[in-house]
Design a protein around this ligand. Structure first.
Ligand code: NDP
Ligand SMILES: CC(C)CCC[C@@H](C)[C@H]1CC=C2C3=C(CC[C@@]21C)[C@@]1(C)CC[C@H](O)C(C)(C)[C@@H]1CC3
Length: 353
């Protein structure tokens, strides 16, 4: 197994200090969001309405339920009847690495092991998708049912949020293999960031809009709902189009769907797309994802900032992620990457950023 970063790779996320701060801030933010979503004023920036005592936070049944959920997902993951896909080849496959003076806080946050496995059970790949994403959909569904119980039927806003996010998760599971080329799998280790991110942050904060709607019902008329559906459809079209175009190209550049696209050759033998979606901005998939994020918040109205937390967080995450990817591509492709940046100057939003 290899370490995700070489010993001289520059530190990311603000190094050990940034990593330590994030490990305190992220769980605190998650609890704050959940407490505030349930409170009357639902103020994103105010103090939490109350602090739950340990008797509320600790429940053996909940722990058992959580372990059963992970156990079930692990059992399904291990089923022998499954498709096996190949991941990216590691550069130093044949060499053992001995970490010297690694920073424990930074390493704990980003993880030292790139592919922690026991036999064929890959912890990072397992956690990245199924438990958190399906858990998110189940939490949304539970909130929808609770709303039906409380008010006679689920609101239109709740249906939209559930529908949009179900489509997003369904898409991720349908194109499961594509996760193998994401930065999380190819570059990042399996540390606090991904373990907490996948298993806690995704199901609990990504379901914030549905949690908000349960406690703060919002009127939504059909014309506005149609506009929001259109926004989500445009976002999904860009997100899926861009991701599929790159994945098809990376698998087989002479596939007729991508063979006509203009490319830049690189010293590694790989090529960079410079027309189609990837000629519009350098991260068209992020743009689509962000448009969808907006569509998930709009059904919650504009009276509160809280449901827009996801849009704000996600913009920050993708801007930071884009910068990290940029550094990695510059290291990988050198001059060819500079040429790509010259030909496609905007990163995420055409003519703006
Ligand atoms: N919902 C959520 O919380 C999150 C969702 N996402 C989504 O995950 C998806 C994957 O994102 P991510 O892993 O960050 O990165 P991308 O799928 O955007 O992949 C970036 C890589 O694509 C390749 N590439 C870049 N430009 C080109 C080009 N012009 N032509 C060909 N290949 C190119 C490079 O790798 P190489 O050349 O080695 O192939 C680069 O490192 C995105 O859709 C994103 O929106 C991401 C983070 C969080
Ligand atoms: C806790 C921190 C603030 C941030 C942690 C980040 C993680 C939550 C995200 C990093 C990359 C992710 C991806 C998805 C979910 C969120 C995390 C884990 C993804 C599985 C969502 C569905 C998409 O279709 C995808 C492209 C498969 C995503 C891959 C990246």
């Amino acid at each position: 197994m290899a370490s995700p970063q070489g010993s001289r790779a520059p530190l990311e996320f603000g190094g050990p200090l940034g990593a330590a701060a994030l490990m305190l801030l992220l769980p605190a933010t998650m609890f704050h969001l959940l407490l505030v979503a349930h409170s009357g004023p639902a103020r994103l920036l105010g103090p939490p309405p109350y602090l739950p005592g340990p008797e509320v936070l600790w429940s053996p049944q909940t722990l058992l339920l959580w372990l059963a959920w992970l156990g079930l997902q692990a059992a399904l993951y291990l089923l022998p009847a499954r498709k096996v896909a190949e991941g990216q080849e590691l550069k130093d496959k044949s060499r053992l690495r001995y970490p010297i003076n690694g920073n424990p806080i930074y390493d704990f946050f980003l993880g030292r092991e790139l592919n922690p496995r026991i036999w064929s059970f890959d912890f990072k790949y397992f956690c990245e998708l199924r438990p958190g994403l399906i858990g998110w959909v189940l939490i949304n569904l539970a909130l929808l049912m609770q709303e039906a119980e409380l008010r006679g039927s689920p609101s239109l806003a709740m249906w939209l949020v559930n529908g949009f996010q179900l489509l997003y998760v369904g898409d991720a599971l349908w194109y499961e293999e594509a996760v193998l080329t994401t930065m999380d799998i190819t570059h990042d280790g399996f540390g606090f960031m991904l373990a907490f991110g996948d298993l806690a942050w995704v199901p609990f904060t990504y379901s914030l809009q549905a949690q908000f709607l349960l406690h703060h019902p919002q009127p939504l008329g059909l014309p506005m709902a149609s506009v929001i559906c259109l926004i989500n459809a445009v976002g999904y079209y860009i997100f899926r189009g861009a991701n599929s175009q790159k994945n098809t190209f990376r698998k087989n550049p002479s596939d007729p769907r991508v063979a006509g696209l203009e490319t830049i050759p690189t010293a590694t033998g790989r090529q960079l797309l410079v027309s189609g979606w990837w000629g519009m901005v350098r991260h068209p998939n992020y743009l689509g994802d962000l448009i969808m994020a907006l569509a998930w918040s709009l059904p919650c109205g504009v009276s509160h900032l809280l449901p827009y937390f996801y849009v704000l967080y996600f913009t920050a995450l993708l801007v930071h992620r884009e910068a990290r990817d940029e550094q990695q591509c510059l290291r990988k492709y050198g001059l060819a990457w500079r040429e790509y940046c010259r030909r496609v100057p905007y990163r995420i939003l055409p003519y703006v950023y």
